[in-house]
Design a protein around this ligand. Structure first.
Ligand SMILES: Nc1ncnc2c1ncn2[C@@H]1O[C@H](COP(=O)(O)OP(=O)(O)OP(=O)(O)O)[C@@H](O)[C@H]1O
Ligand SMILES: [Mg+2]
Length: 363
């Protein structure tokens, strides 16, 4: 398996930079997920790694070798797409073995290798079928098999699960994770699905308008989002973001909002965007509440409920075990612990570093 390096990769379409100066190192054996909203440049970046798209600038290295201008078929990479792109007239066995025939391996070698891959993917009983006789999940496994059979340096996958229904997505997701673990394969995986990213990635790269917003382990990007963009992209519902001001009293203030940050008094005043995740808000009696609002809607998610509230002019979501005991029209008091509050610069959107003061200082 191989490591991949992107050095200042850029791709312009006319005046628009779909991918803008991306520097990334994908370690050998890593499962790197490119995550971001539609149009942020995920596929463009992956296609440049694959060699399907010429960069406007920058370089791609595979195990230290510059492959920027190497044609795709000579890169030691296998790509799996959203559309399975199987040959309809060929059997499953011949579809999986196709890359090996193109390389001129003997029939016996091909049969052995296809057999191995089919066993790995649970396709052994389906080898004589045509693609039209398979379910969507089985077809996607054949497409995976065709990538696996080549034993490539790394796998590139562009939304490979997005044509599958919810149940199949979940099982196929687990299969890919298990394959990655067993093969210790290097994978670059594109998705706009945060659940896939959180569950599959060793590291997540959040892309916004062609640029890298943040790179980190799933827990890092969720627990310490580097920007308002990342905070607002991850989580269901996403992090609540509220215009507020940090005052000299060491608390954050806003409309119907006053939450102690655990800061010493005398901190410089400044405007902030306050972030707090829906699962970190708890209801509390109004007279003790840090946020006071009105419930506008309650959604039942099965095991949990989400209450949508209005605090001043800010929409604030609260998530917790069902039943929350709230109904539309209720006045509600909320609070959150200082360690669950995030502060961002309202102009740049970047995270502000702050530490609650040590609780033991006022002896
Ligand atoms: N061939 C092309 N010609 C012109 N513009 C393009 C072309 N391919 C992509 N773009 C533009 O580049 C930007 C990034 O596209 P890209 O396909 O990489 O997005 P994506 O993150 O994969 O989105 P999605 O999640 O919808 O697949 C978009 O604004 C898109 O319109
Ligand atoms: Mg795409």
């Amino acid at each position: 398996m191989s490591g991949i390096r992107m050095e200042g990769l850029t791709r312009r379409f006319g005046s628009v930079a779909a991918v803008d100066d991306v520097w990334l190192d994908v370690a050998d054996g890593e499962f790197l997920v490119l995550l971001g909203p539609s149009g942020c440049g995920k596929s463009t970046l992956l296609r440049m790694i694959a060699g399907l798209l010429e960069p406007s600038g920058g370089r791609v290295l595979l195990d230290g070798a510059d492959i920027t201008h190497v044609p795709p078929q000579r890169r030691d990479l296998a790509m799996v797409f959203q559309s399975y792109a199987l040959y309809p007239h060929l059997s499953v066995a011949r579809n999986i073995g196709f890359p090996l025939r193109a390389r001129g391996l003997s029939k016996a070698e091909i049969r052995a290798r296809v057999g191995e891959v089919a066993t790995m993917l649970g396709l052994t009983d389906l080898l004589d079928r045509r693609p039209r006789e398979l379910s969507g999940g089985q077809r996607q496994r054949v497409a995976l098999g065709r990538a696996l059979v080549r034993d490539p340096g790394a796998f590139l996958m562009d939304e490979p699960l997005s044509n599958l229904d919810a149940a199949l997505r979940t099982t196929t997701r687990a299969e890919i994770v298990e394959l990655h673990r067993r093969l210790a394969a290097t994978v670059v995986y594109v998705t706009h699905d945060q659940v896939e990213a959180m569950t599959m990635a060793t590291r997540i790269v959040l892309l916004n308008e062609g640029r890298v917003e943040q790179v980190g382990a799933p827990a890092e990007v969720y627990d310490e989002p580097a920007s308002v963009f990342v905070a607002g992209f991850l989580g269901s519902p996403a992090m609540n973001l509220i215009d507020a001001v940090v005052r000299a009293d060491g608390a954050v203030h806003g409309c119907d909002l006053e939450l102690p940050l655990g800061l010493d008094a005398g901190v410089p005043e400044r405007p902030v965007t306050l972030g707090v995740r829906p699962e970190h808000l708890v209801t509390t009696p109004l007279e003790r509440a840090g946020l006071r609002g009105v419930v506008t809607a309650v959604e039942n998610l099965g095991g949990e409920e989400v209450a949508h509230c209005l605090v001043g002019a800010a929409r604030v979501g609260l998530r917790g075990p069902r039943p929350l005991g709230l109904r539309p029209g209720d006045r509600v008091g909320l609070t959150a612990a200082p360690e669950h509050l995030h502060l961002f610069d309202p102009d740049s959107g970047r995270r502000l570093a702050w530490q609650p003061a040590a609780a033991s200082t006022n002896a």
